[in-house]
Design a protein around this ligand. Sequence first.
Ligand SMILES: Cc1cc2nc3c(=O)[nH]c(=O)nc-3n(C[C@H](O)[C@H](O)[C@H](O)COP(=O)(O)OP(=O)(O)OC[C@H]3O[C@@H](n4cnc5c(N)ncnc54)[C@H](O)[C@@H]3O)c2cc1C
Length: 415
Amino acid sequence: MSAQPPSPQVSVDVAIVGAGIVGLTLACALRDSGLKIAIIEAQPEAVAIAKGQAYALHQVARQIFSHLGVWQALYPRIQAFDQVRLSDGTYPQTVEFLTQDLGADAIGYVAEHHVLAETLRNALAHSNHIQWFCPWWVSDFQLGDKVGQLTLVPGDTSQQVAPTIMESSLVVAADGGRSPLRQTVGITTQGWPYWQSCVVATLKLARSHPAIAYERFWPTGPLGVLPLTGDRYRIVWTLPHAQAQEMLALDDAEFLEKLIPHLDPTMADVTLQGKRFLFPTRLMHTRSYWGDRLVLVGDAAHTCHPVGGQGLNLGLRDVNSLADALITAHQQGKDIGDPAVLRAYHRRRTWENWLTLAFTDLLNRLFSNQFLGLVSLRRFGLYLLQILPPLKQMSLRFMAGILFEISDQPRNMSP
Ligand SMILES: Cc1cc2nc3c(=O)[nH]c(=O)nc-3n(C[C@H](O)[C@H](O)[C@H](O)COP(=O)(O)OP(=O)(O)OC[C@H]3O[C@@H](n4cnc5c(N)ncnc54)[C@H](O)[C@@H]3O)c2cc1C
C-alpha cells in the first residue's frame, strides 16, 4: 500500500483524492464494482493512520460498515455505548436516552481513527482493482476529453521522481475541510467560523465505569464525553478561542482541576493520557457537490460544529449515496462522470446535510446562551424530551441518522 512505482501516465475510472475515513470507505464500497480505482494520499501511510481523532459513530454508520463487510472486524476494537445523558450546566434535569428508545443494541459506538483506518485498509489490501499513491499529492487538476486530469507529485522528495499524470473518468475530492481540489476548481462555499475552539483530550479512569456518552451544555459551549475501550474517555470541550488556548497551555494537574467540576461526579478519579489538541470549529457547506468530472464527499463538501458528533457520519452517508449512484451508472453502461449522475447525488445529499448542519448550529447557539428567556425555553425543551417518549425517540433517530432510513437506506453495494 506504499508509494506506487513511478509511471508517467496512469488511467483509471475513479481517482479518490484523500485516504481519510471517508475516502477509504468509498474505496471499500467500490472495490468489487469492476471500476478501476486509484487512491491518492498526501501523508505517508503510518502518519495517515496514526491521527489521534476518535469519532462517535451512529447506527447509520454501523449499517454502512456492515453492508461493506467490515463491521465484524471493527466491532471488537471499538466501544459501544447504551446510554446518552444530555444536561444543561448545573441544572439538575438530565435527559437520558436509552437503547430501548432507539430499538437497537447500542445507541452508538466510539471508534478511534487508527482502528477505522487500519480496518478499512485491511479490507482493501487484496483488491486487484485498487492502485495506491501514498504518499503522493495532487498539485493540479485539468479537464481532458471526458476525463479529469490530475498531476500527482511524490510526497517523498528524497527520491528524484517525476510527476505522474493521471486521467480519470471521475475525480473524487475526499481531501478534507480545506479541500485543495475544491479550491482549484473554484467551487465556492458558504458558512462561518464559530467563536469557539475544541480542546480534545483522553482520560483514563481509575475504576471501570459504565459506557455512557455525556453531552453537557455550558454557557461557554458543549462538553462531549465519549467512552473509549479500556476504561478511557475522550473529551471534546468547546470553549471560546482564548479560553481554549489557556486550557491547552495548563499543565496536566491544572487542566484536570478545571475540567473535573464540569464532568459527571462519578468521574472524579481520572488521569490524563497523551497530549491535548486544539481544533477550531466552523460551519461550511459547498454551493455544489460536483463540477466537471469532479465530485465532493465528506468534509470536502461540509463541516459542522462537533456537538452531537455528526461530521463523519454525514460523510459516510455521502459515500453510501455516491457509491450507489456510480455502481448503478456503471452497471447500466453509463458514463460515471456524467452530470446527470453527479447532479442526482448532489440532490440526494444536500438537503439532509443542510438540515444537520443547521441543527448543530442551533443546538450550539441555543445552549451557549444566557438570555433568561432562552434558558427557560431550553430547560422546558429538556423537560418535554424527558416526559414525551415519542419526541425523545424522534430526536434520537434524527441524531443517529436513521430518521429517514426508509428513503435513504444503505444499499447492498456489491455489483
Ligand atoms: C474536535 C472534533 C471532534 C469530532 N468528533 C466527531 C464525532 O464524534 N463523530 C463524527 O462523526 N465526526 C466528528 N468530527 C468530524 C470528523 O472529524 C470529520 O467529519 C472527518 O474526520 C472527515 O473525514 P474526511 O475523510 O472527509 O476528511 P479528513 O479526515 O480531513 O481526510 C482528508 C485526507 O485527504 C488528504 N489530502 C488533503 N489534500 C490532499 C492532496 N492535495 N493530495 C492528496 N491527499 C490529500 C489528507 O492528508 C487527509 O488524509 C469531529 C471533528 C472535530 C474537529
